[in-house]
Structures are given as C-alpha cells and as structure tokens.
Design a protein around this ligand. Structure first.
Ligand code: HPA
Length: 278
C-alpha cells in the first residue's frame, strides 16, 4: 500500500508557511494553465509566493508555467491563483500533481476554477474557443486518490456524478451570455491523456467514439482531488488547436501557446466575471 499519511503533515507545513506570509484567507482558487498566467495580474493587494518558498511544493518545469502562488483581492473576494501547475508527464506522482490543489482546500478555498489548454475533437471546437467541462474521461491510467485514503481530506470512494459543479457551470453560462463575445464557448467532455507526446490521429478517432470533445494532458487529477475534498469545481479549456488528424495544423507547444495567447484576454475577462458572480 502507498503510505499517504506523510502528505497531510507536509501539506500542513506548507499551509503554515503561506499563512505566515499573508493574512488573506482565499475563498476562490484558480489554477492557471499554459499561457494564462497573466490572468492573475488583475489582483489587488497581491502577495506573491514563489513555489520554491513553499515546503514540499513540486516545481513546474513545463513551458508557459511560471511557479508562484498569488493571493489577492478581486471584486471584493479573496482569490488564490496558482500560476503554473505540474503534470504527470513531467514525472511527478499523482499525489505530487494534486499537492497544490489540496493546499488551496486547506487554505479555505471552496470554489476552484481549473484552466488548461486542450485540443478540440468535436467539430465546433476546432478553432480558437473555450470549452466548459460538463464531465471528464480519465484516460491517464492514474488517480491521485490511490494509496491509503487521507481521511482528513475526504472519503475513500467519492461519488463522481457531479465532479463539475452545476451551479458554477450555470454561472459561467450567464457570464458568457453577458460578455457577448465572438469567441465560441461550448460545453463538453474533457479527456485527459498522460502525454507528453501529442495523440495519434487513430487515438483521436477512438476518443471521439468514446464521447470526448476535447483532449489535454492535465487537470483531471486536480479535479478528482478537489471533488474528493468537497470543493465546487469549474473547468475551462482553452481550445488551442484541432486535435491530431482533424486538420493540417502542426501540433507543438509553441503553436499551442501562440493560440492560447490569442484568446487569453477573453478567458481572463471570463474568469474575472465568474469570480464577480461567485
Ligand atoms: N492534445 C493534448 N494536449 C493539448 C492539445 C492537444 O491537441 N492542445 C493543447 N494541449
């Protein structure tokens, strides 16, 4: 059995260090995916804590991922932004991947917005667009809850029927309607793969048959861990490309980051609008 007791003690050590740096108690958490770091710039009275100063915090090595926790105020609410995440493909364990998510919960975060970049599988998600996840397919072959259950965080066998909060999805829809942007926003199912290789066209055809609408290499471990702890979760995928074999677009990280940069201002406005409504 994977011994998991040490995680709780390590999390508490990290919580103590963060609390020594700010008295702000965040109620909303945001995990910023590839190329979306600037969303945190709008925070007022922000405290920046580099991941390197947080004990046991895994350090992000992926391009487009800075490594800092920023806690500040937005629309009168205290929000904690994780600028940069770690991924399974970097070689981190599932438990390490969700360390920061669990930290947010222990800092009192109740609602979590998870963002990522993804490839679009469904036809209306081939160009620059945003997908609100209604559900996910965990195709990573790993789960952060494996090992001894951490009873302080949640139960052994969490019910996953509403991993993505209906209330938060409704709020996101309302904000999208109010914004009247030309950038398409649709709901769908996110499938997570291990990466780091992009998918083959045959895999994308298989994922489409399985019911997936967008594919990415992150977020599902965090969503599982957050739901295990009872957080309300919203996932927003920035669609940066048509998935492999669905167009003649090249697939590489520079292209992904360039495409994300084009819709990042909209995603930033969307996240701010959602925070205002929470
Ligand atoms: N596949 C997996 N992850 C991604 C993609 C993709 O096409 N685009 C952005 N992240």
């Amino acid at each position: 059995m994977i011994p998991n007791e040490h995680w709780y003690e390590e999390l508490m050590q990290a919580v103590r260090v963060i609390k020594s740096k700010t008295e702000l108690v965040p109620q909303i958490g945001v995990i910023l995916g590839s190329g979306l770091g600037s969303v945190a710039d709008a925070l007022e009275d922000a405290v920046h804590i580099p991941y390197s100063e947080i004990p046991h915090m895994p350090q992000s090595t992926a391009p487009g991922h800075a490594g800092e926790l920023v806690i500040g105020k937005l629309h009168g609410k205290v929000v904690a932004f994780l600028k940069g995440r770690v991924h399974l493909y970097e070689g981190y364990s599932p438990q390490e991947v969700v360390f920061a998510t669990r930290l947010l919960h222990l800092l009192q975060v109740k609602s979590l917005i998870i963002t990522n970049a993804a490839g679009g599988i469904r036809e209306d998600l081939h160009g620059p667009s945003v997908m609100i996840a209604d559900d996910h397919i965990n195709f990573q072959g790993q789960n952060p809850l494996v090992g001894q259950n951490i009873d302080e965080l949640g139960e052994r066998f969490p019910d996953m029927r509403e991993t993505y909060s209906l209330r938060l999805r409704d709020i996101a829809d309302k904000v999208v309607n109010d914004l009247k942007s030309e950038i398409p926003v649709a709901h769908g199912v996110y499938i997570s793969v291990l990466g780091p290789s992009f998918e083959t066209p045959a895999e994308i055809r298989a994922f489409r048959a399985l019911g997936a609408d967008a594919v990415g290499m992150s977020s599902v471990p965090e969503a599982i861990a957050a739901h295990h702890m009872g957080l309300d979760v919203l996932m927003l995928s920035t669609i940066s490309n048509a998935a492999a074999g669905l167009s003649d677009e090249v697939l590489n990280v520079e292209h992904t980051l360039n495409q994300v940069a084009k819709i990042a201002p909209f995603v930033q406005t969307l996240i701010q609008g959602i925070i205002a409504e929470l």
